[in-house]
Each structure stands twice: as C-alpha cells, then as structure tokens.
Design a protein around this ligand. Structure first.
Ligand SMILES: Cc1ncc(COP(=O)(O)O)c(C=O)c1O
Length: 374
C-alpha cells in the first residue's frame, strides 16, 4: 500500500496558525527526573492529607461521567470565604498558569512591566501574543534580593504598561516587594492591571496576601494555586481573585467546564486540611532556617532570604555552581541551576524533608572540601 508523503516543503495549512506562534520557541517546562529526589520544581515533598486520600477513596465513579458545575461552585464559595471576598471575585482555572494564559488572552496589548528576573512563562505568554515587555529592577542586596521602588515608579511613568507584574514571594529569589508599593501602584496606575502572582503564598508568615484588596482596587488581579502550599501540583487547580467586572470579562474567554471534578474534590478536601498544611509549612520554614545556616557557613556559599518553599543559593562562580549541582545530583538529589534566570552562579533549591536537606548540605560540604583539597 502506498501512502502519499506529507509535504513539509509547502505546509500551507500552517499559515492558519498565527505568525507570532510560528516564530517563537516552545516553552518546555524543565524535565522532572523522578529517578532521584527532585528539588528542582518547587514541589511539596509531603503526601496529600488523609482527608484528601479519603475523598479519593470514596469517590463516586458516576461523578466522572457528567460535566461538573456543582462542586466547582462549592469550591469557589469556599475559596472566596478563605480569601475574604465574594464568590463572583473567584475565577477557577486548571492551574494558575492556565489562569495567566486566560488573562493574557484578554489583554488589549502591551507593554507588560515585569521584574528584571522573571519566570520565563510570563515572557513566553508575552511573545505568544506579540506584547512588548519592559522591566523594573530586582537587585541583589545584602542577604536578600530587593525590588527597587524607584525603578518601578520610573518604569510606570516611562512605559505606561497595560499590565504590571509582581511575584509575591518572588520566584526564584524568594523576596517580597512591600505591600504598600504593590497597592500604591494599583492606585496610581488606574488604567493598568496590576497582577500579583501569589503562587508561593502561605509558607512564610511574613508574606501577606493582597487578595482581599481586589474589593477596593478594581484593577488588581491576584493569582493563586493549589500546587505549592497545598502540594497538589498534579491536580492542576488554581484561581484568580479579581474585581467582579474583570471576572465577567474573563468569563467570556474561559473554556466551558474547564475545572475537572476530581480536582475540585481534592481541592475542597485540601481546604478541610488547613491545620495540617499550616503545620507542614511551619516545619518547612524551620528546615529552611537550619539548612541555610549550615550552607552559609561554607566558604563562598551564600543563601538569600526566601519566603517561598525554595532557596536561592549563590556560589563563587558559574563553574562552582555547575560543580555543586553535579555533586548534589551524585548524592541522589536534583536541584535547579538558575542560569536561565540570568544567574549562572546560583542554584535554586526547593525545600524538602529534613533528611533530604541534610543530604544536600552534606553533598555541598563534601563538594567544597574536595575542591579545596585540589
Ligand atoms: C511564579 C510561579 N507562578 C505560577 C506558577 C504556576 O503554578 P501552577 O500552574 O501549577 O498553578 C509557578 C509554577 O512553578 C510559578 O513558579
């Protein structure tokens, strides 16, 4: 049987795809090597709570047959109560990255104003839509990275962005911009949207959420997820907290029944387990403190203050960072080089169980000692 070859010389059907998309590179999330303990994706290390496991165990399979709206509405109501807003302020989405995608699909244009060190998915979304991007300074200070309020102000005046982005806590640096700065920008730049990505909210008691402020700041959008604090990256559940008029516009662009029933079920059980997750977060912050103190004692190694479930760690240079990454990997743990963030002498290390962090610290100590001995 002969089959007609598909012509790759004249793929005219690809002209049906927008040119911006044909021109850009694909965003490939980092590969997750599960043959080692993975501290490269800022996932949680703990298993889901017993309430979640029970909910899955007792799942009525017939609920998988029908489109769900009932449970999604229950979840919206629970989230609204948790965030101190009304149900119409909550837009559920399958993972907060999908929420960002939805938001970007509704923007009228650029420019977008983002931190100078930024999660590449934002840049990818901007390229996808052909939006120009400008940035404000996020700089290395003593012991922590800092957003420069002057730089934000200057860029707001100069660039007149349609959207200003804060990531709170910031990924990968772990820092926080002052809440006054964030809300002040929303008050000043009334024709812009101010997006606050709170994906890593909940770990640090010092990081306040601005979600409830959408009630008094109609141009504020807060993005949240069940992937980090609740450790449920696999259920793909996130939400945007927005003023009601913005929710109405986003609702027109959202796909119908986009929230899976099973994900709503698990997310509701997670909200029933708040005490469990609060205790885990406190434990993680204690582990972070102990780990940071231990590695900061090593010559040439310095961690930066982080309010998330990860630490940004600086080594003397890019070569030392690559060596440390390889030595930690040889000890059975994957960590993330921060090269793609323009920080080649840094590693981003997600926080895991105390024994895992002990293993990472030991690998770093031995790596340093071996190098010193040469
Ligand atoms: C800064 C930031 N925002 C949002 C997300 C998206 O999380 P999800 O799509 O799992 O909700 C991530 C994921 O790592 C992130 O690092």
């Amino acid at each position: 049987m002969s089959s007609r070859p598909v012509s790759s010389r004249h793929p005219t059907h690809l002209r049906a795809i927008r040119e911006e998309i044909r021109r850009i590179e694909r965003y490939d999330p980092p590969f997750a090597d599960r043959s080692v303990i993975n501290l490269s994706l800022n996932e949680h290390y703990a298993p889901p709570s017993s309430q979640i496991q029970d909910a899955l165990h007792n799942l009525d399979p017939m609920r998988l047959v029908t489109y769900d709206t009932e449970l999604a509405e229950q979840l919206r109501a629970r989230i609204a109560a948790r965030e101190g807003v009304a149900i119409e302020n909550i837009v559920l989405c399958p993972g907060s990255s999908s929420g960002l995608q939805l938001l970007f699909s509704c923007l009228s244009g650029g420019p977008l104003l983002v931190p100078s060190i930024c999660w590449s998915y934002y840049l990818n979304l901007a390229r996808l839509h052909g939006f120009p991007v400008t940035s404000y300074a996020l700089q290395k200070g003593a012991g922590e990275f800092q957003v420069s309020p002057e730089s934000v102000s200057e860029a707001l005046e100069r660039d007149r962005p349609t959207l200003l982005l804060f990531i709170q806590p910031h990924m990968p640096t772990g820092t926080l911009a002052p809440v006054d700065l964030v809300l002040g920008c929303a008050e000043r730049a009334r024709s812009a949207l101010v997006l606050v990505d709170e994906a890593y909210h909940g770990f640090s008691p010092d990081a306040a959420s601005v979600a409830a402020e959408v009630l008094t700041h109609p141009n504020l959008i807060v993005s949240k997820t069940f992937s980090k604090y609740f450790g449920l990256a696999g259920i793909r559940m996130g939400y945007l907290v927005v003023s009601a008029p913005i929710a109405e516009q986003l609702g027109k662009a959202a796909s119908p029944f986009s929230v899976p029933f099973v994900s709503s079920l698990v997310a509701l059980a997670a909200l029933d387990s708040e005490a469990h997750y609060r205790a885990l977060a406190a434990e993680l912050m204690a582990v972070k403190g102990a780990f940071a103190r231990r590695i900061d004692a090593l010559p040439g190694v310095r961690s930066y203050r982080s309010h998330g479930n990860f630490l940004l760690v600086e080594l003397p240079d890019a070569e030392a960072a690559a060596r440390a990454e390889a030595d930690i990997r040889a000890a059975g743990v994957a960590v993330r080089s921060a090269r793609s963030y323009g920080l080649p002498s840094f590693l981003r290390i997600s926080l895991g169980a105390a024994e895992t962090m002990d293993r990472v610290a030991t690998a770093l100590e031995e790596s340093e000692a071996r190098h010193e001995a040469r």
